[in-house]
Design a protein around this ligand. Sequence first.
Ligand code: PMT
Length: 399
Amino acid sequence: MLQGKWITLGVSGGIAAYKAADLASKLTAQGAAVHVILTAAAARFVGPVTFAGVTGHFVHQDMFANSPDCAIPHIDLASRADLLVIAPATANVLAKLAAGLADDLLSATALAATCPVLVCPAMNAAMYQHPAVQKNLQVLESYGYHILEPASGRMACGTVGKGRLPETSVILEKIYQLLTPQGNLSGLKVLVTAGGTREPIDPVRYISNRSSGKMGYALARAAAQRGARVTLVTTPTALEPPPGVEVVRVETAQQMLEAVMAVYDRVEVVIKAAAVADYRPARMAEQKIKKSDAMLVLELVKNPDILGQLGQHKRPGVTLVGFAAETADLLQNAADKLRRKNLDLIVANDVTVPGAGFGSDTNVVKLLYADGSVKDVPRLDKLELAHLIWDEVLRLRGK
Ligand code: PMT
């Protein structure tokens, strides 16, 4: 995600400084070159060795110290950065940035920065609510800084309120948004479905499949990162929904059909990554079915074909993308679904291939287009594949 990006990470002196080490580590793991500036107060909470260890880079603390990778630290750390992140940003640092002070390496670097600046305030709830802090945040916003609101909850000082540094995953999401060059889905209204439907047999049992929801959530996440307005219709999964996405929770194919139809009129792109049960039990037993010596026969009836119905009522300007999960004759079966469901694109995965399909973090697919062309996509992380699919959607829409 962040290959080739230079992120200057300013860490100031609050207890949440320890969380900045996790952030630095995760940014580094995703390919970013993370150059840390520790304020004097931050270094009292977490030492430079920790940050050097997780980033593999020299940690900057002093405006005038010799640095192995920066001739003039406050200028290089600003001008070479794709993004300056200040996490945690204490009340003191916010005040300095708002006033334009440059009396230490972090504040001087912030003044010299022309890249986007992300500020993540974290402090005691009463301090955060103080009018001086709120005013400083408004001033920073007026400078074009991006402010990530603190989270609410219990703080190290024992009080409960707003002021916690958000979870690393939330900060990372904001960083992706700021660094993803393609804000090119901006304003596009899209619908994504995810997960496997559950078709009830009785109050405690259901028929389902192996879908984890990862592929659909990755598509929703990638679209939101690129500025789309995303509705995610999802069956129960263990996954955290991506921030900024409208989530509609369903269980059965019938509920998914209703949820999809409720928004279909106002979206421009539909991607159906969900694994929808083709059949459901004809009746749901009202009570838990008891074990007996007799054979149990379940009568199944056909579920509606949701994507098929969207294809039948396709409006001009709408792009329809389906998935095909196959165990044999991948291209033939997928091409058949593409035609029958009137799709623009179908993403075909042979779910018997290692690293493809259900549950894995990666997928291996072929893209089949309405004009008959086919593209092979090697194994990719599902989020990377999701971005590639959105690139293809844009191309099909002539963008
Ligand atoms: O969720 P993960 O663990 O990440 O796994 C990802 C995945 C394997 C579920 C995903 O990559 C995938 O292949 N999703 C589609 C699975 C599927 O149901 O394929 P299908 O060939 O049965 O259906 C074809 C298309 O029609 C799909 O877009 C499906 O959403 C849609 N469909 C199917 C049946 C039905 N009754 N209504 C539908 O809308």
